[in-house]
Design a protein. Sequence first.
Lengths: 688, 415
Amino acid sequence: MLVFDQLKRSDRHLQVISVGILAGLAILLSGLWYVQVVSARRFRADQQEQSFRSVRVPAIRGKILDRYRQPLVENRPSYNVNLYLEELRRQFYHEYTNSVKPQFVRANPNVPLTRKVIGDLEREARYRVVSNYLFQVSSTIREPRSLVENAFYAHYSRQRSLPFTLLKDLSSEQMALFVENVPDLVSLALDVQLTRFYPYTNLAAHLLGHLQRDDTPAEDEDINYQFRLPDYVGVKGIEAAFDSELRGKAAAKMVLVNRMGYRQSEEVWSSAEPGLNVVLTIDLKIQQATEKALTNVLGRTGKPVRGAAVVLDCTTGDILALESAPSFDPNHFIPGFTHQEWEDAKMTDRELKPLVNRATRENYAPGSVFKIIVGLACLESSTFDPKETIYSPALFRLRPGGHPWRDLAPPGNYDFRKAFFLSSNYYFQTNGLYKAGAKRIIEMGRRFGLGERTGLPKGQDVDGYFPSPDQIVKRDGSRWMDGDTANLCIGQGEIAVTPLQMALMTAAIANGGKLMQPRLIMALEAQDLNSGAEPIRFPAGQVKRDLRIDPNKLEWIRLAMLDDVEHTNAVGRLDGTGKNAFMKDFRVCGKTGTAQVFDENNRYKEHDVWFVSYAPFESPRYAMAIVVEGGGSGGGTCAPVAREIYQAILKREAELKAASGIVASDPPTVENAQPGLTLNTAPPRRIP
Amino acid sequence: MFEADLNQRERQVDWPMWLAILGLMLIGTAFIYSATSVNESDTLGLWERFRKSSWAVFGKWFLSRFYIKQVLAYGLGVGAAAAFCLFDYHRLARWSLVIYWVTILLLVSVILIGNKVLGARRWIDLGVFQFQPSEFAKLSVLLVLANFLSRPSEELRSPSLFFKTLGLTLLPFVLILKEPDLGSALVLLPICLVLMFVAGVPPFYLKTLLGGAGILVGLLVVDILFAPPYLRIPLQDYQRDRLLVYFAQDFASHATTAPERERARQLQRDRTYNIEQALISVGSGGLTGKGWRQGTQNALGYLPKAVAHNDFIFSVIAEEKGFLGSVIVLTLYTVILFTGIRIAGQARDRLGRLLAIGVVTMFFSHIFINIGMNIRIMPVTGIPLPLLSYGGTSVLCSLIAAGILQNIYIYRRSY
């Protein structure tokens, strides 16, 4: 090289200088190598930490739809007025130099402007500016407000790079006022926020569940977010069971902030994946009818109705309606209940228990409804003859002078069918004890799925209680006595069931002895039907257990249940316990039940009354179970509810038939469903 | 004959050096633009602005752009460099003493009438532009020392000459220190030392000088770090703090009460802020950088706007162009430095040789201190990076220095 050629001439001084400069440059080069290449990762992390704020933006939560894609739960846009603080910096400064500081100096000429004083004055200036904005805006929308100082400071010191929400949830008139009168302010914006919305308020609230504010980081989150926009977690019902599916994946937004902590720009690091819609097997119309029918029952005491109703498609196991009363309005959980609202809604009332889903999570004694099982157990016994009549004194004792079980059916001669439709305790206790025996009854109950979960998605139902046939002991482990069997024969004592279990039992009778897997979720599908994502479908008509019951024996029960509703006495008047469910051209089969409820001190408190049924007799399509706590009697209180629901179902069937010519057993598929159109304009079609 | 003449002319210009200088000027313009334009509120393009506004408004706006001013300074500097090549450097050397005393006069006057910026009087306001005499002082000290030391080497043995040399350096040194501008003052010392060494001042003097300087620096450090307040050398507070930062000292070590400690910590945060942000800028650039005008440190104001385009321009380049950018800058400087050493070797006489070495030393000191400061191996001193930092006086002086090198090259020995 040119330079070193010259230095070869043993010019010692220049050599020394050259070596010195080379050494210096080598130091710089290695220093730069160390800083820019070796430690680059650390400095880049430092730089990101100081200039990026990660914000978690929740994805749009999926809707919950009924079987015809009618929304049961959706997201309602709410409009907030947001103030973008970074746009106000000039105004903050202006306010400080032209107003706050001169005023302070005039008032306190001798106070030195230390760092702290300046800090306080700047704070004051910012407060004034924002407070002015709020006053201006809130006055234009005719809802004057003043700025809560601490709320603003908290936002300013912690979340300066995010917009400050001045006003929340504007009404449409307020929005119009805002748009017309406040167009010139660049720092203000009307931002949309989606709020969970339950359009039918109390309807199926237990089934749908509700949300609760939740901003805690998930365990599998790969970003340590500095800010989290409000997010909600499902705590009950479908909202909880399918929370992760409904929630989708949150977006990660990075806000670039300048040295003062104001927002400079934004960048989406990972975009949100919207949650899936959950399509239920529920039919909104039937659900509404069920709710109406149930709440029409005024409790004996005039108190709000406590009870539940489950309507099944008995051939597929689809849950068409599932209602629990009293209910609550899940919309209230979004802003959160105030103490007063919580009290008013009697959310923690020990008797009303509005938060409990009575249809799937409450334990009831089935009362005489259980005679269906006892009857089947008797019929399976070779020594039992259903035609044989026995005399009932309407009072049953195990031994003379023993505990008396009284009967609501009059004394007289009873064969099986008569005993069934008049619900003779004596008949079923005698035959249950001496013909069927405890073991056969318990085995039969177990076959019908008593004492085990029905298989609804996570946490939706409870086991109930039923003894195990392998080792027959009582719930507390003590020895099983004949008295326990006698009690069980009339559905009391060592037994607890949910209305859903009873509905499934009834469906199994109706469909020829198949215990169905109840289906509540029809499909999980993308919110955007055009996204091409394959929906997750849950098949209908899954048989949980084929009960292998002799059809002839089953026919005895089916006829007995028909009698319960349709039997007429000598003068042609209906005399079955379920006569109130009678419909002229729709043959309902049913069984009433009344179970005594005792309080903590073992004193009689009230009756829980039942009516289980299916219809139509010839080729059953529907099965339902209705329970009302503190009702008069199963036939008096619940049977009319059932009739009302069946009427609504018939109306619905006609409606669907008119719309498509096809009975509502299969939902429209994703391929032919047209989002946004209601059923009447977009009839569901069966695909060939 | 004609061809030979042409060849002769061709070799008049030292192309590698001027190409390197051109490269640095382009980089300087680009990154001063990057460092100063990101926060312009309106994003009108140059052409649109030209179309939309009147001549006067456009002109005023145009001339107030930092990068435009820098380009003007480059032009002026190249002109000055060319002017300095018109006559033999001997003629320049003959005027060296006059230049020297004029400089001393300017340094005195800047202390008296200079514009006070951030607690220091460094600029003389000439209306059209501001002018920084300490930059010129480096050149004139270099000139006067080279001239003074270019006498026969026997004379250099006399102690009186040694002390005179020292005196010539220390007078402007003290004046510049008084402004105060520690960085510019300190650059005079290596120039003096290297010139004496190359001129052939006996090693004994040099060793004594180095030893003395070493002891002084040691004492200064000990004083700053450990001495109780009443024994301290009267340094400016910020200078002391910068050294404390450099030696990674805890500001709160002497604080006894909690609020005092809090204040000390706050002060420490303030004082370490620049250097930390410069380091983050350089480091976060990585191997290839974030791209021109993509650096965030400067755009978001973490790297203070007041210094990003001048003393810390290297941080901007390193952040946006990464280690590769840094290597390119260092390479261009290396070309200039070794061209200077080569020219020193080719110089016709001792004067030329000393001048060339002086220029090289001056460049190198600036480069080493400035880049070193960006990566924390040197304390923070307000020293510009030659040809890259924004600043008319600095650019002018650097180009004049390059012109002097060129001058020595033109009048090199012809064998």
